[in-house]
Design a binder for this molecule. Structure first.
Ligand SMILES: [Mg+2]
Length: 278
């Protein structure tokens, strides 16, 4: 960006003393320096280097890919078993999350490291591109489920203003039921329970898929780390049977719980204090 600075010279400029001329030049130089700095620097920046290894795990580790395939292979087995057990069942549905479950936002996370943005800066710029790639195994699984007569509902905490681009993104990769009825975005509250209940009014939901345990029920939403661990223990038989969990080491409710949902404190020292060493 080029900044133009208008310097109005006094009419008697050439009659002024040397030190006055020097002062004007110095002030003009300072204004130019400040202007250039503002043009190249966003208003807020932060060091997001703590994300580097988790992003590399998502983008470069075959192990991450294998975990995703493993999740969707298990999901396929489960729906096959449920259909076999009750071949005449009607109105079967799957509720799935979108981010890090169906679509891969790791390029946005990488931009947080490289450009030092603070989330949610530029998030809607990224989603508006409708360019997120599918999570490994997701396309095949959801198309298989649709071919078996199962309806898919995408319950996401992307905003209503992101709905159109999100549907375009899903359509780009041939995900079934990519339309405004089946893509349920967030209105005002983060809990997905109201939307899950709405689906359950008319459908028998046989599987829930997500990367965040709050994608399954509200035991994990805005609750403490200890409470979340206790809930996972109590619900242990649900994982791999009605809940399929995709890995997400980059962000999630698990991270917010580390800080007790209070980001207005020294986050780095909290991260360090929570490490378990020997
Ligand atoms: Mg998600």
């Amino acid at each position: 960006m080029i900044n133009y600075i208008l310097i109005i010279l006094p009419q008697n400029f050439y009659d002024m003393k040397k030190n006055q001329i020097f002062l004007i030049i110095a002030m003009a130089s300072f204004m130019i320096m400040v202007s250039c700095k503002q043009a190249n620097t966003p208003s807020k920046q932060t060091n997001n280097d703590h994300l580097i290894m988790s992003i590399l795990y998502h983008q470069r580790a075959a192990e991450y890919e294998a975990l995703c395939y493993q999740s969707y292979n298990l999901a396929k087995q489960i729906i096959d078993e449920k259909i076999k057990a009750n071949p005449k069942a009607k109105n079967l549905a799957i509720i799935t999350d979108i981010d890090e479950t169906v679509l891969d936002n790791s390029p946005y996370e990488a931009s947080l490291v490289i450009k030092k943005y603070i989330f949610p800066d530029k998030w809607e710029e990224w989603t508006s591109l409708a360019n997120a790639k599918p999570i490994p195994g997701a396309q095949d699984f959801f198309n298989y489920a649709a071919s078996k007569g199962i309806t898919i509902f995408y319950i996401t905490n992307r905003g209503t203003n992101e709905k159109h681009a999100t549907i375009e993104n899903l359509k780009k990769y041939d995900f079934p039921f990519a339309d405004s009825l089946h893509v349920m975005t967030k209105d005002s509250i983060s809990s997905k329970e109201i939307r899950r209940n709405k689906v359950r009014e008319n459908y028998n939901v046989i599987l829930y898929i997500g990367d965040n345990l709050a994608d399954f029920n509200d035991s994990y939403l805005k609750t403490s780390m200890d409470y979340r661990h206790q809930a996972a223990l109590e619900q242990k038989d649900s994982f791999g049977t009605i809940y399929i969990v995709l890995p997400n080491a980059m962000y999630g409710e698990w991270e917010s719980a580390l800080y007790n949902y209070n980001y207005n404190q020294n986050i780095d020292s909290i991260r360090r204090s929570l490490l378990i060493s020997f």
